[in-house]
Design a protein around this ligand. Sequence first.
Ligand SMILES: NC(=O)c1ccc[n+]([C@@H]2O[C@H](COP(=O)([O-])OP(=O)(O)OC[C@H]3O[C@@H](n4cnc5c(N)ncnc54)[C@H](OP(=O)(O)O)[C@@H]3O)[C@@H](O)[C@H]2O)c1
Length: 337
Amino acid sequence: MSFAPLRIGVLSAANIARAFTAACKTSTIVDVAAVASRGLDKAEAFARETGIARALGSYEALLADAEIEAVYIPLPNSMHAEWAIKAVQAGKHVLCEKPLAMDAAQARAMFAAAEAHGVYLREGYPWMSQWHAQETRRWIAEGQIGKLALIRSTFGVYFADPANIRLKSDMGGGALYDAGSYATSLLRLAAGRCPTRVQASWQVDANGVDLTTLANIEFDDGLMAQIACSFATAFHRNAQIVGDKGCIETNYLNHPPMGAPPVLSIRRSAVQTDPVENVPVPSGNGFLLEAESFARLVREGEAAWNGASPQESIDIAMTLDAIRASAPTGQWVNVGS
Ligand SMILES: NC(=O)c1ccc[n+]([C@@H]2O[C@H](COP(=O)([O-])OP(=O)(O)OC[C@H]3O[C@@H](n4cnc5c(N)ncnc54)[C@H](OP(=O)(O)O)[C@@H]3O)[C@@H](O)[C@H]2O)c1
């Protein structure tokens, strides 16, 4: 089915919005039509650099703009809930950067506001719109690795510049909100449900921002998991999803092959000497796939969206809440308590 391109406005001249806008340039169903910044000069410079047609000097002006149908939010984490709610109240569909919110209560309020105003809100995890994520979902659902027993996912990158929003506690900084939301999204996709309890530990910097966080995670039926995330390591990203009849390994890349050679393998057997199938992963830009899936969601409805569902986003937020509650003491914390 063909339809008019979804006219998206970008809320802030964020660094990541450059990559998002560049990726959408090749799309025939997504039109990044405007950018808003806190200052008009900055918005105009960003628009010139990225080829966006219109620049606006405030976020409010973008939300009031009748031409804009949907908003992409790449603001600091602490601002996602406020601006997503303002956007849906203005009748805009919202594609919000991860982590969707600072906690599950905010996430629920955001989805409730979207529903009340008859628009879509989704959290963007580019890797989830990739073919490799769809294959991973399918293999698990078809029982190709049997009953899940153990999931381990990690993501680490190195950030040390104190000016970076990721290292500012009042902006929702920290490895857990950032890389940890990715590791938790892998866990949620693989498990297909929310965990029941977590036990975590972390290393926190002088400003109260976690630099490395580890969590043991349990589910109600015996499935066990671990996530690790860090801002103090070299880039690494991988996951093992292990059942009683097989194992999947993936580095769940956002934009294969960017950052690392893509890894996707499956052994459909519990036996060490049975073959592992290394599956070729098509290269593709995750922002393009995510934005096009979002455009189809708006034009064609729920079934067209291939990223995180609202329930998955709420479960990810609840899991992160429990990890944050556990890490200072290392005590087990029930998810949702
Ligand atoms: N999915 C991914 O692969 C991916 C990758 C990177 C980042 N992200 C997410 O995208 C978001 C933005 O990350 P980023 O690295 O692009 O951030 P960034 O470059 O620091 O941009 C954040 C923007 O927020 C606006 N802003 C409004 N109030 C601000 C304040 N008080 N302090 C700082 N900035 C403020 C600024 O835009 P104006 O000055 O134009 O108003 C700024 O350019 C985060 O939620 C992050 O988790 C996702």
